[in-house]
Design a protein around this ligand. Sequence first.
Ligand code: SAH
Length: 346
Amino acid sequence: MPRFGDLTRDDLIEWCKSQGAPAFRADQIRGWIFGKRVNDFDVMTDLPAKLRAQLTANFALFTSTIVSHQKSTDGTEKLLLEMFDGHFVECVLMREDDRRTICISTQVGCAMGCVFCASGLLGVKRNLTGGEILEQVLRLDRLLPWAERITNIVVMGIGEPLANLKNLTAALDHLNQNGGMGIGARRITISTVGLPDKIRELAKIGRQYNLAVSLHAPNDELRTQLVPVNNKIGIEALLQSTDDYFQETGRRVTYEYVLLGNLNDAPEHAHQLVQLLKHRAAHVNVIPMNHVETLPFVEPNERRKREFIAILEAGGIPATIRKRKGADIDAACGQLRLKQEQQLVK
Ligand code: SAH
């Protein structure tokens, strides 16, 4: 049965008309799902009974099932969802002060092969559809009490978002359209391994998404070692595309940098990073390494981390350290799915 979330708002308007219902019904239906958190077409009491029956007969609202729901002592919650075809993805809800930030996945697995990342260890199976991306948002939204709403979205779960850009933007568009959740592009951050053509494509669609680029190394030799797709791209070409992104959208770009002990964490690397970014509207988000079983990488000690940040700041580059969330529940994306898929192949 077709998945409701795979329809765009325009598709839904067309569908309503095809059923002899006026166009405004589309936003009414959307309002029930996105605003009133209803999971069943049949309780949409201001719709004619016939239309409710047509919706129920034609669409499934959820096609995934929750196979695991973990709760951390810091308020972070994580869902492992099983897709209709037996594949798994993860999504996370994080709580901090007034913020309710969710982290969502875009692919089953990942083809990029970053050597420190759990998501890519089994390669990529397929793209998620727009509806499957949207389902994660809806599932996480329903974990919140009535008075609380999702405030921010980070597309930093499993997969390379820009390798599935069309489905991702279709899903995200729903959120800010009439009848949606009132989450605008400025509260959404898309994290990418850094695919220049796709970064330009994203800039051209005219939304104000925050762009985060997984740089992780300040020179090509090291970056290619850690992020193998760099071999075909190169830092220079990548930064040209992020400059274009800034020109086009006016949004300052964030560069993610996972600190790996004795690999990319030397003072020299911080100095090189300053040289790369000092004339750009940039911000560096230093990410502590999340331990992945079977991978040898370790987190540097506190002194080394502080020294790295201090060099960036002295060079005029704003830098923050990402807070670790849900450490007690494997909340770093990719780990739970990896365990689940590995259990299945054993
Ligand atoms: N494909 C996207 C999203 C990846 S996940 C991208 O490459 O940006 C979001 C961030 O977490 C990326 O910067 C990614 O490189 C980083 N990451 C992956 N594995 C990690 C680990 N084990 N510890 C810390 N950060 C990790």
